[in-house]
Each structure stands twice: as structure tokens, then as C-alpha cells.
Ligand binder design. Structure first.
Ligand SMILES: [Zn+2]
Length: 286
């Protein structure tokens, strides 16, 4: 069950739900209007947030911004039916999916073409059940390349294209007055187009860009909001792993050894050995 929470003066979020990979949805309320960050993964997901906002007396969203094109962030766009803002590549990716059929056979094909992965396929089936013919993909209305600023009335949202491994169209959304940074999934590895991969240089760049904001609250789409110290602590070890990868390239054993020494453990914990594999895929590409 998703829960809704006010995380700062102007921001309400509905928490992520891992059952069917529902990301965080956020409503940013200014004096003039409310901005929705990400549409959600289904009409049901969107309707739940709308109900919860109503229950808490929060002004309903009047404009939508997307962090990137992935299904879990965009498939509910038709349910909201709002003017929508997106990076040009987000529109491009969604346009390609407009006439897509989401039957089992069609999804198998998308999977073979590496346009979606196994967990996406399973989650779409779980979220929609037999109602996959109701999936209706919508093209965004307002496109930008690098950045766009949205004035909600006393609340300013800066949307910046950052790209990275996870999706080339990934954007950060910074709510200036609330010193809150929405990172979407930008810090994640690539999930489509072959084995998961992390590029050390691009991961480190994304981190530098995140820290460059004067943010006190950091919100990753599938995580829990973190304060600055918590975010730095959470990301510190990953940053170290990326730095070792930059230094030692494809020398997996050396990186594992350096990282274990750094963590003061005899053997690399599972989450880091998994991530090291992703970094090795990235290092081979670089
Ligand atoms: Zn994503």
C-alpha cells in the first residue's frame, strides 16, 4: 500500500511501491498551480495519488513533468490528461511506443529486442493483469533540450537534463524554495539494451551534479527521501567503487580487493560485487 507524505512546505509525495515497481509521485504546490512529477505506471496508480491528494486537501496537479521515458514513470499520462513537459528524447522514446501492442507475444518481442527487460515484462503483467489493451501512451506537449524552469507561484522548479547510464533522457528536478532535489532513476545502472551497465565517469559526474545543488533533501524515484548527510553516506561507498573503477579499469580483482579494504571486510558484500559486475560492463564499453 502506498502512503502519502508531506516532505517539505510545498511538496507531497506518494511513496514508491516495489510490488509492481511504482515510483514516487510528487505534487509540488505553489500559489498559482501544482506540478506533478512523473505520471505513474498505470491509471490505477495515478488515481490512487489523486484520491490521496484530495483526502489531504492538496490542490490537484495542473501540469506534469517527466523525469524520463520508462514505463513506470509515464504509462499513466493518459489518466492525468495534463499539459506535460519532457526532455526531447523522452518524447522521442514515447513516440516509438505509441502504437505498441502489450500482449504477451508482443512483449516477448520487445524483450528479445532488448527494448524492455524481464522484470519490466513481469511488472507490466502484474500491474495491468489482463487489461493491457487499456495501455495508452501519450506524447508530451512541451519539449526542452537542456533545461526548463517552471514558476508555480512562489515555488520554482528547475528541470535539468543530466542523462547517464539509466536513460539518456534522465532529468533532475530541483525545487528551489524547498531545497529538494528529485533525481528520478538517473543514478541507476542501464536496465535495457543488454546486461546492466554502469559507466564510472558518468556515475561520478551525476553525483557531482547532484551535490552542486544547494539541496537538503534528495529523492530517488524508487527509494526513500534522504537528507543531505544520509544521501552522502548512502552514496559514498558507491562513489568509492566508481573511483576505484576509474583508477583500475577492467582489473576486477584489484578493484574488489581495494573496495574490501576500504569497507574493512574480508569479502565484498553482495550488493557491491553485483555493482562491480555492472561497472565492468561499463568499463569494457569505455
Ligand atoms: Zn527508470
Amino acid at each position: 500500500m502506498s502512503t502519502i507524505e508531506q516532505i517539505s512546505e510545498h511538496i507531497w509525495i506518494m511513496h514508491a511501491c516495489h510490488d509492481t515497481d511504482r515510483p514516487i509521485l510528487a505534487a509540488i504546490s505553489g500559489a498559482k498551480r501544482t506540478l506533478l512529477i512523473d505520471a505513474g505506471n498505470s491509471p490505477t496508480h495515478a488515481a490512487l495519488f489523486r484520491q490521496e491528494l484530495q483526502r489531504h486537501g492538496v490542490r490537484q496537479p495542473e501540469i506534469l513533468v517527466l523525469t524520463h521515458w520508462h514505463w513506470d514513470h509515464t504509462f499513466a499520462m493518459s489518466e492525468w490528461n495534463l499539459p506535460s513537459i519532457a526532455q526531447a528524447e523522452t518524447a522521442h522514446a514515447l513516440r516509438k511506443l505509441i502504437s505498441q501492442d502489450w500482449s504477451d507475444a508482443a512483449m516477448e518481442q520487445l524483450f528479445e529486442q532488448q527494448i524492455i527487460n524481464e522484470s519490466t515484462m513481469a511488472n507490466i503483467k502484474k500491474e495491468y493483469g489482463g487489461n493491457r489493451n487499456m495501455i495508452r501512451i501519450v506524447e508530451p506537449d512541451i519539449l526542452f533540450q537542456e533545461s526548463i524552469t517552471i514558476d508555480l507561484g512562489g515555488v520554482t522548479c528547475e528541470v535539468n537534463h543530466v542523462g547517464g547510464d539509466h536513460a539518456i533522457d534522465s532529468c533532475y528536478v530541483y525545487v528551489k524554495e524547498d531545497q529538494t532535489l528529485f533525481l528520478g532513476d538517473a543514478l541507476g545502472p542501464s536496465v535495457y539494451g543488454g546486461p546492466r551497465s554502469y559507466t564510472a565517469s558518468s556515475f561520478l559526474r551525476l553525483l557531482r551534479q547532484a551535490y552542486a545543488y544547494n539541496a537538503q533533501l534528495f529523492v530517488e524515484s524508487h527509494g526513500r527521501p534522504m537528507d543531505r548527510a544520509g544521501f552522502q553516506k548512502e552514496l559514498g561507498d558507491w562513489e568509492q567503487l566508481a573511483q576505484f573503477t576509474e583508477k583500475y579499469g577492467q582489473d576486477r580483482d584489484r578493484i574488489a580487493k581495494e573496495m574490501s579494504t576500504y569497507l574493512q571486510v574480508p569479502e565484498l558484500p553482495h550488493e557491491f560485487s553485483k555493482a562491480l559486475e555492472w561497472f565492468m560492463v561499463g568499463a569494457a564499453k569505455e
